[in-house]
Design a protein around this ligand. Structure first.
Ligand code: FES
Ligand code: FES
Length: 198
């Protein structure tokens, strides 16, 4: 279920159109104002990723995905790796307010962007309203898809706090649950209250 963004274009539509290989093509360094884009790599290059409001400096080869950078280098394992090819949504993160598949985005291209992950949702021991709703509606079984669903739901409710069931289904159609918890995920998404615009 792929969140249709303000342009009516979903994550799944995007991947069908471009393809993951297309995204990975043409690796370039971070753009600087007025400067021509310079090719970098193939060796490791220094990058800075802003994740949940905190800057992380690391060195990665330009081919490294955002998911690999977070999980393998920053020990941030909230976003899950399942298909690793933009098909399941387990790795969903929010970048500048829009959901993306972290497995299908290059870390180097995420510089200068505001990356949000499931780790950044709760405040101390207080769950985010969407996390709370997932607990209250028992919207998970094995839980492996859950961070992706929670993150996609947060992005939906931040731009549309009162979605219809159809809108919620469409917004989450980029996420797959192998345990089949879809009806409870939908219940949770429709019941979560108090989500502020991100
Ligand atoms: S692991 Fe990224 S979409 Fe499946
Ligand atoms: S709860 Fe098991 S994959 Fe969704």
């Amino acid at each position: 279920m792929a969140p249709k963004d303000d342009f009516g274009f979903s994550r799944r539509d995007f991947l069908k159109t471009v393809g993951v290989g297309g995204i990975a093509a043409g690796v370039a360094g971070p753009p600087e104002a007025g400067a021509q884009t310079a090719a970098v790599g193939p060796g490791a290059v220094p990058i800075t990723l802003t994740i949940n409001g905190k800057a992380h400096r690391l060195e990665v080869e330009p081919r490294v995905t955002l998911l690999d950078a977070m999980r393998n280098r920053l020990n941030m394992t909230g976003a899950k790796r399942v298909c690793d090819r933009g098909a399941c949504g387990a790795c969903t993160v929010i970048v500048d307010g829009r959901t993306i598949y972290a497995c299908s985005a290059l870390a180097i291209e995420m510089q200068g962007k505001n990356i949000r992950t499931v780790e950044g949702l709760s405040e101390g021991t207080v769950l985010h309203p969407v996390q709370q709703a997932f607990c209250e509606h028992d919207a998970l079984m094995c839980g492996f898809c859950t961070p992706g669903f929670v993150t996609a739901t947060v992005a939906l409710l931040e731009r549309n706090p009162n979605p219809t069931a159809e809108e919620a289904r469409k917004a989450l159609d980029g996420n797959i649950c192998r345990c089949g918890t879809y009806s409870r995920v939908l219940e949770a998404a429709l019941s979560a209250k108090g989500v502020k615009r991100g």
